[in-house]
Design a protein around this ligand. Structure first.
Ligand SMILES: C[S@@+](CC[C@H](N)C(=O)[O-])C[C@H]1O[C@@H](n2cnc3c(N)ncnc32)[C@H](O)[C@@H]1O
Length: 734
């Protein structure tokens, strides 16, 4: 194809890249659009959006990313709303039970019913994603009208909505689920997710790290750093990954391309076993979900992101271990954001990175190979080469394919085309580091640090910008390049420093970010050890706990982390890491007033922390009957005695449970049904452990309402065993 200009006229074809015959295009488009409007209004009010863009079509036809004979199908797919997909969280018993339940009930009913719409077209039942292991991810394509008109579909919709809210499933685009599989994460790995928010892939990475959250007593020994440049999005990420309840997670707020290098005391770089670069991109492969992209697409969008994408991938390449994997992904179809970045990265790494052939991994995933040659366009049109001497707009040499590029194994890249599996589009490249590379220690310079901090300052408080930026500079120039060895513990391990407590007014060194302070006050930690019967040999809380408030003798919340995460933070003596969230909230202060007993603890176990802490807790565990357990979940509180003043209150029915509760001092305890009930229904103790409060007259749930629904769901089908005490009625009424 020769050099041409894009014809900006709507529906026009320019540059030789367009389809022949605009008439056929218009007819196809009208036909498609009629169907589309119906779907569009059904799928979220995008009916007014015209799903055509001459530049887009000319550009991609010229790029030859889609075989000629599939072009129409490709376009048709892009103009059709995206089916809804979800995956069942976790991978153990609860995940497969939930799947079996769904398949056996809701979905089975649909299969039997053979639904048709008002035009007598069959409404397809939900189907599992063919490539996703164990049928744990599903796809349904129903219009809103269908959902409204068919109660059975409404049932599915309600299930998805509630299960997503309580965290047993995650709604996530099918193609977005792919990259974590190629990272090959193991529980001992250090993983870096460079552009992580909102965190759907981080969540998958955490799942892989833990194996099965709900049944696994072993803690992973690795850690996961999830980073994003946007502070608000870091908070969103923290919120979204909360359900993983992971002590391995660190959330940081940096430009990925300047991600700080942390070195151990001997100067060794803390490198990562697996790095995900799910970079910012034009997202033009998400048009099915975000049809407004049709109206604003230009080739300049992708060109504008290429350099940042390459810098981020390059930083990833520097920070990944020899032997480790680096996965680069975008939700864009554009070779400039994809193959051009991959090619430039391979060239810049001079053999240290190998592009892997992953054709045997996820074998049922349909994919198209990466391309070796592509076209570079800007607002002036097509440019055959970088050295042509023509006027160019914001183009760089690395955007162009050359002779060296053609020899690279770019066919190993994966492009997911929307019409192949009825998904959004996507691009993935999987690398392995095969040789060490130089890691520029000064990539995170003082100047850079200052620039970033001023940006943050601006977002924190624009009015104090000048005053603060001066203070920032003072701090950065003192702190950023300090070479101070980490604090060593008795056994040569590195201990957590007081991070961020030396900034202005004793606040954070990183403005706008709370400090991260070790909780090692023996009063706090020993009381937790003693009261809950936790042994420091089993879990080193005295080394691995932090709080975010300055008074570490009375921390409000205590977060705990794995040894390896502690070592990573301990070695960051220059405090280069801007930590927004760290570890798992395991304990919370809840002071007990007017109590003169010794074995009380001001710290209660959190339900979030319980899956991790429970295997180490040996005291204050009560084993109620299933009746009392279920009743507590449903009523949230169980009184010890019936009271005529509050006849509606539920009362503990089993005398043994009541005695065990009354024998405890006031404070937090853990309730787990009796062994025979657990065994009869294939539950482990950890599966059903709930945090409760032993009060003066009652015991109360310390579990959020959403989480309680999750537990009620777990035990809903469990009949009460005959072994239970038959004496008292479960709930007394007046
Ligand atoms: C494609 S999204 C990531 C989606 C995420 N991986 C997931 O699966 O939920 C890209 C993210 O990169 C972030 N971002 C943009 N520029 C960045 C940069 N220079 N460094 C780090 N993150 C960046 C954006 O804030 C955005 O959250």
């Amino acid at each position: 194809m020769g050099r041409g200009r894009f014809n900006k006229r709507r529906g026009g074809r320019g540059g030789g890249g367009g389809r022949d015959g605009g008439g056929a295009f218009a007819r196809d488009f009208k036909r498609q659009k009629r169907g589309d409007d119906r779907n569009a209004s059904d799928h979220g009010g995008h009916a007014d959006i015209v799903r055509e863009n001459a530049q887009f079509e000319a550009y991609y036809k010229a790029q030859k990313i889609v075989p000629e004979q599939e072009w129409e199908e490709f376009l048709t797919s892009l103009r059709t709303p995206l089916p809804m997909t979800f995956r069942i969280n976790g991978s153990g018993k609860f995940a497969t039970d939930l799947r079996d339940n769904l398949e056996g009930t809701l979905f089975a009913e649909l299969l039997e019913t053979k639904l048709v719409d008002e035009e007598n077209h069959e409404i397809p039942p939900p189907k599992p994603l063919a490539w996703y292991p164990e049928r744990l991810a599903w796809q349904c394509s129903y219009t809103r009208t269908q959902l409204r008109s068919k109660p059975i579909l409404q049932g599915i919709f309600d299930f998805i909505k509630t299960a997503n809210e309580i965290g047993s499933i995650s709604r996530q685009e099918a193609v977005s689920m792919i990259p974590p599989f190629f990272l090959d994460v193991q529980p001992h790995h250090r993983v870096l997710d460079m552009c992580a928010s909102p965190g759907s892939k981080t969540f998958q990475i955490l799942e892989r790290m833990h194996g099965d959250f709900e049944g696994n007593a072993k803690l992973p020994t690795g850690f996961v750093v999830a980073n994003d440049v946007d502070l608000k999005r870091c908070n969103l990420l923290t919120h979204q990954t909360k359900r993983a309840n992971s002590p391995t997670l660190l959330v940081t707020n940096h430009e990925a391309q300047n991600y700080p290098v942390i070195k151990g005391p001997k100067g060794e770089v803390f490198d990562f076993d697996a790095i995900l670069c799910d970079v910012p991109c034009t997202g033009d492969a998400t048009m099915r979900k975000s049809p407004d992209i049709w109206t604003r697409w230009t080739p300049g969008n992708g060109n504008g992101l290429h350099s940042l994408q390459l810098k981020i991938a390059m930083r990833g390449a520097q920070l990944v271990k020899v032997g480790g994997r680096l996965v680069y992904s975008t939700c864009s179809l554009n070779p400039i954001e994809n193959e051009a970045v991959v090619a430039a990265l391979l060239k810049e790494c001079k053999g240290a990175l190998e592009l892997l052939d992953v054709s045997k991994e996820l074998p049922d995933l349909k994919r198209s190979p990466g391309i070796h040659d592509w076209q570079v366009w800007d607002k002036f049109g097509y440019h055959p080469s970088f050295d042509g001497g023509e006027e160019m707009y914001k183009l760089s040499r690395t955007m162009f394919s050359d002779e060296e590029t053609k020899k690279l194994p770019l066919e190993r890249c994966l492009r997911l085309l929307p019409h192949h599996q009825d998904t959004g589009g996507f691009f993935v490249a999987v690398f392995q580091k095969v040789e060490a590379m130089e890691v520029p220690a000064d990539a995170y310079t003082k100047k850079q640090a200052m620039k970033e901090r001023i940006r943050l300052t601006l977002s924190v408080n624009a009015q104090d910008e000048i005053k603060m930026s001066h203070e920032v500079y003072q701090l950065v120039s003192k702190g950023a390049s300090d070479v101070v060895p980490p604090i060593e513990g008795e056994n040569g391990e590195y201990l957590l420093p007081h991070r961020g407590a030396k900034g202005p007014n004793g606040g954070s060194r990183w403005l706008g970010i709370d400090p991260v302070l070790p909780v090692n006050d023996p009063k706090v930690i020993n009381s937790i050890y003693d009261v809950y019967g936790i042994r420091s040999e089993d879990i080193a809380l005295h080394k691995n706990c932090v709080t975010r408030t300055l008074d570490t003798s009375r921390p409000k919340r205590v977060y705990t982390m794995t040894d390896s995460l502690r070592e990573y933070l301990a070695c960051d003596v220059g405090e280069s890491l801007r930590v927004t969230c760290c570890g798992l909230k395991a304990f919370e202060r809840q002071e007990i007033k007017e109590d003169d007993e010794d074995d009380v603890c001001d710290y209660r176990l959190t339900q979030d922390g319980l899956p991790m802490m429970f295997p180490f807790v040996t005291k204050r565990i009560i084993r109620p009957t299933f009746t009392d357990y279920k009743m507590l979940l449903e009523r949230r509180t169980l009184a010890f005695e019936y009271s005529a003043d509050a006849p509606q209150r539920a009362v503990v029915s089993d005398p043994e449970t009541k005695k065990a509760l009354l024998d405890l001092t006031l404070g937090c305890c853990v309730l787990v049904p009796k062994d025979e009930d657990l065994a009869a229904h294939n539950f482990t103790m950890q599966d059903l452990a709930i945090a409760c409060w032993r009060g003066r007259t009652s015991t109360n749930l310390l579990v959020s309402k959403a989480e309680t629904i999750h537990f009620i769901d777990k035990v809903r089908a469990v009949p009460v065993l005959a072994t239970e005490s038959k004496g008292e009625a479960p709930m007394e009424t007046a």
